[in-house]
Design a protein around this ligand. Structure first.
Ligand code: ADP
Length: 535
């Protein structure tokens, strides 16, 4: 072999090596086909080229890329793909019929192409397409062009197959991502360290967390349980060895915090979630991911609680005054009864009091239903003197309870407030009546007013049973009553604080409480405070 020929071969080999590296790195099918064609044409000093690929799942070939052929002439070359079938073992030979067809096509397209080499792109024994290199009449292919192209075509076929697989996997991933994203249920995927890798739209909506912020956070940053309904949460289950022994799904339900959008402060700040965690294990049984399906059960739970409580309120709270009224009325009507005016008066005043109680209860139920329906509105009247209101409420309750001492303490410069007098009285009534109800051993109750630059506050302080830490989060919720020995004995609907909060917030204020001993939540004594803007 002449020295010059050896040099050319070395150059060709280096060129092939370079192309094959570039091909393996290219995963975009379109770019890869263009790279293959350009390299193939240059390798054998051709003029133009074309790749036809077997359609997915079919027998037919379709032009997938061209090189050196103007785009508007590509259609002319399609008959070339259909006209002369692939012949096993004989590709690379000159087919007179293929050359004739090329000449006809080239004439139609006004391109001076008259020679063609066609080779299969086959990988793993399967022909995935054909590669064509064209040459015009005045030029020659390099020596041994078919063989040179053959070794190149093998590499190219592998790269095409990989790029197609990559494309398929990518498409499949996009499809799955779209399914997850569009799912009506919340879906989240965690890695083995419980970091969030996928967070779909429904979950964003549910939790108030934008996906971009949630992704990368730890599970516990986003799912913050306030109270669990199920026995354990994900962390407790993991500590007990879940997902072993049988990789079963884990269901966790409870009340969780919801992130509030600063622009929309009225949104709820908690929700009831039901989460099913499904572990993904690798071949060694190691957990690689967790897929979590999340449902918002808030409405369902609220409805359930509402129904339950409503029935118990109806059966208990409404029935009690009705039976007292009925009892007294029945006694007074007894034909043999001879009642002294004092007995008559006392009995009638009990009937009146119980009718008032019934009325109050019905009013509260109506207010609650207005709040739920969004038709609750304040009736703002003239200026109100909160010290006077507080004194009147204190007087009223002092006559009802001998065990309690009710003090009112407002500074002299306490300003007048604009608001709904009837409803603010209702709040004070409710706070003082709670202070009495929940301090069964009697004691001091103080209504204290304070003046601040922008707002005023009114606090009702008692020395009663306090509120256990576990119940503190829910006492402002509708129909929420703390379950303890005392609440089972005392009357109540769990509506008082719910309505009080709605009334105070409608005035632009806030209502909160704290235990009288801050270090010891649940210790005796509670102070409820509400603020109202001075303006
Ligand atoms: P109700 O008194 O009708 O049950 P509320 O909405 O007024 O409903 O109060 C909700 C719950 O909060 C009560 O059931 C009670 O357990 C608790 N609570 C309210 N005020 C006090 C208080 N001053 N001391 C202790 N617990 C209280």
């Amino acid at each position: 072999m002449s020295r010059a020929l050896v040099d050319i071969r070395i150059l060709q080999r280096e060129y092939l090596l370079g192309i094959s590296r570039a091909m393996t790195a290219e995963l975009d099918l379109g770019d890869l086909l263009r790279l293959i064609l350009k390299s193939a044409v240059e390798l054998v000093s051709g003029q133009a080229g074309m790749i036809a690929l077997v359609e997915a799942g079919g027998e037919t070939l379709r032009v997938a890329a061209v090189y050196g052929i103007p785009p508007h002439l590509v259609d002319h070359f399609a008959p070339l793909v259909r006209g002369v079938p692939y012949r096993e073992g004989r590709e690379g030979e000159a087919f007179p019929e293929l050359v004739n067809q090329l000449r006809r096509v080239a004439q139609d397209a006004d391109l001076g192409l008259s020679q063609v080499i066609r080779l299969p792109l086959s990988s793993g024994g399967e022909v995935i397409g054909l590669i064509y290199v064209f040459q015009s009449g005045n030029y020659y292919f390099v020596e041994d062009a078919p063989n040179l192209l053959r070794s190149f075509a093998e590499q190219a076929a592998i790269a095409v197959r990989n790029a197609r697989l990559y494309q398929q996997v990518n498409q499949e991933k996009q499809r799955l991502d779209a399914i997850l994203e569009q799912s009506a249920d919340g879906v989240m995927i965690l890695d083995a360290q419980l970091r969030i890798t996928v967070f779909n739209r429904a979950l964003s909506h549910m939790t108030g967390w934008p996906a971009a912020e949630a992704i990368g956070c730890s599970h516990d940053d986003v799912i913050r349980w306030r109270a669990l309904k199920t026995e354990s949460d994900l962390n407790a289950a993991l500590a007990q060895g879940w997902p072993q022994p049988n990789a079963a799904h884990l269901y966790v339900e409870g009340e969780a915090s919801r992130r509030r959008d600063a622009a929309c402060p009225t949104e709820r700040d908690s929700l009831n979630l039901g989460i099913t965690y499904a572990p993904l294990l690798d071949a060694n049984g190691q957990m690689t991911d967790i897929i979590a399906n999340i449902r918002d059960l808030t409405r369902y739970r609220e409805e359930e609680a509402l129904q339950k409580t409503f029935i118990s309120v109806i059966s208990h709270e409404l029935k009690t005054p009705v039976s007292i009224i009925k009892g007294y009325a029945g006694t007074l009507r007894r034909p043999d009864g001879r009642w002294s005016p004092a007995v008559l008066d006392e009995s009638l005043s009990v009937i009146e009091e119980e009718a008032d109680n019934l009325n109050g209860l019905i009013d509260n139920l109506l207010e609650a239903s207005r709040l739920q329906a969004g038709t609750f509105s304040l009736e703002i009247g003239d200026e109100i003197s909160l010290p006077k209101l507080a004194a009147a409420v204190a007087r009223k309750f002092a006559t009802q309870s001998r065990e309690h001492v009710i003090d009112v303490d407002f500074p002299a410069d306490f300003p007048a407030i604009i608001g709904d007098e009837r409803r603010l009285t209702q709040v004070l009534n409710n706070l003082v009546s709670n202070a009495i109800k929940y301090s069964p051993d009697g004691g001091q109750i103080t209504i204290v007013g304070e003046v601040h630059p922008q707002h005023v506050t009114v606090s009702v302080c008692d020395a009663g049973i306090g509120i256990a830490a576990r119940d503190q989060h829910r006492i402002f919720q509708k129909f929420s009553r703390v379950d303890n020995a005392l609440s089972r004995k005392t009357e109540g609907t769990g509506l008082g604080l719910y309505l009080s909060r709605a009334i105070i917030e409608a005035h632009g204020g806030r209502i909160w409480f704290r235990g009288n001993s801050e270090d010891e939540p649940g210790a005796p004594g509670t102070t409820f405070t509400f603020s109202l803007p001075r303006d």
